[in-house]
Design a protein around this ligand. Structure first.
Ligand SMILES: C[S@@+](CC[C@H](N)C(=O)[O-])C[C@H]1O[C@@H](n2cnc3c(N)ncnc32)[C@H](O)[C@@H]1O
Length: 263
């Protein structure tokens, strides 16, 4: 049995159900490459679970998951994943490989940045269009710009995840803004312009969580503290969403009025 267990958004984000499943497992793996968990200390997690946690790389999971699957064939294997295990990850691939090998699978859900960001900003979750990741410049892609453009045309909100290499190399919001302004300069679609209303969510779920909304040109100059960071480009706003962006994310009223007359 292979059980995917969400670690939620921080050191205490695992659910009671997830903790119990990990405690009852024979082998516990964790991947920590798809997201950053502010405040997570592996030794503390191991103590709580009561067994060693084997941290695996993207390669171990996506290219060579033989060891995980071999264990799961005969034993209870827990696979810990930041956030909710199947959100903005490719772990459905591992689940399918397990299913094809006749191995039972389960998912224990946890909080995800996808729902937390909408909640923190006061944006309605059903008004989000497709999301995308802003990659580091050595792996360039126009995809985030195209996704944003398409969503804005429909009036949908856009969630932009930021690329992550390891604990030491996680993209920050100002870095992502610079890259997106670079794409605007190249593609000239008039979507990611300096006057665009944008929101930044930093460290959702942590005590020092920060949310801000303002025009791109102003956010670009702000310091949001350590990652993880996320960008949200609001689409058409209901007046309650606009009020929430003003009250909870400090969006200036004139910026919201300007945004609402354009979208
Ligand atoms: C690929 S997604 C993985 C999402 C995860 N499976 C989940 O359900 O939360 C990881 C990206 O989401 C964003 N992110 C994740 N946790 C965050 C947090 N607590 N605060 C702000 N952004 C976060 C960052 O941009 C990070 O690089």
């Amino acid at each position: 049995m292979l059980t995917f267990i969400g670690l939620g958004l921080g050191a205490d984000g695992i659910s009671l159900q997830g903790l119990r499943a990990a405690q009852e497992a024979d082998v516990v793996y964790a991947e920590l490459y798809t997201s950053l968990l502010p405040g997570l200390v592996l030794a503390q997690l191991e103590k709580r679970i009561g067994k060693r946690v084997r941290v695996v790389s993207r390669r171990d999971v996506e290219e060579d998951p033989g060891e995980i699957l071999d264990h799961a064939r005969w034993k209870k294997v827990a696979f810990l994943v930041p956030g909710d295990p199947m959100i903005a990850t490719t772990h459905v691939d591992l689940r399918l490989r397990a299913a094809k090998a006749g191995i039972g699978t389960k998912i224990v859900h946890a909080a995800s940045i996808a729902s937390a960001a909408a909640g923190l900003l006061g944006l309605q979750s059903y008004k989000f269009g497709p999301s995308a990741t802003v990659p580091f410049p050595d792996n360039p892609s126009t995809r985030p710009y195209e996704v944003l453009a398409e969503n804005l045309k429909h009036g949908w909100h856009t969630m932009l995840f930021l690329d992550l290499r390891d604990k030491e190399r996680a993209m920050t919001a100002p870095e992502a803004i610079r890259l997106l302004l670079g794409l605007e300069e190249r593609l000239r679609g008039g979507f990611f312009t300096p006057d665009l209303l944008l929101a930044v969510v930093a460290r959702a779920g942590a005590d020092d969580c920060l949310v801000r909304a303002d025009q791109v040109e102003r956010l670009q100059r702000e310091d949001f503290g350590p990652p993880p960071h996320l960008l949200v480009a609001p689409g058409r706003l209901h007046f309650v969403e606009a009020e929430a962006l003003q009250v909870f994310a400090g969006a200036p009223k004139e910026v919201l009025v300007w945004h609402m007359t354009r979208r």
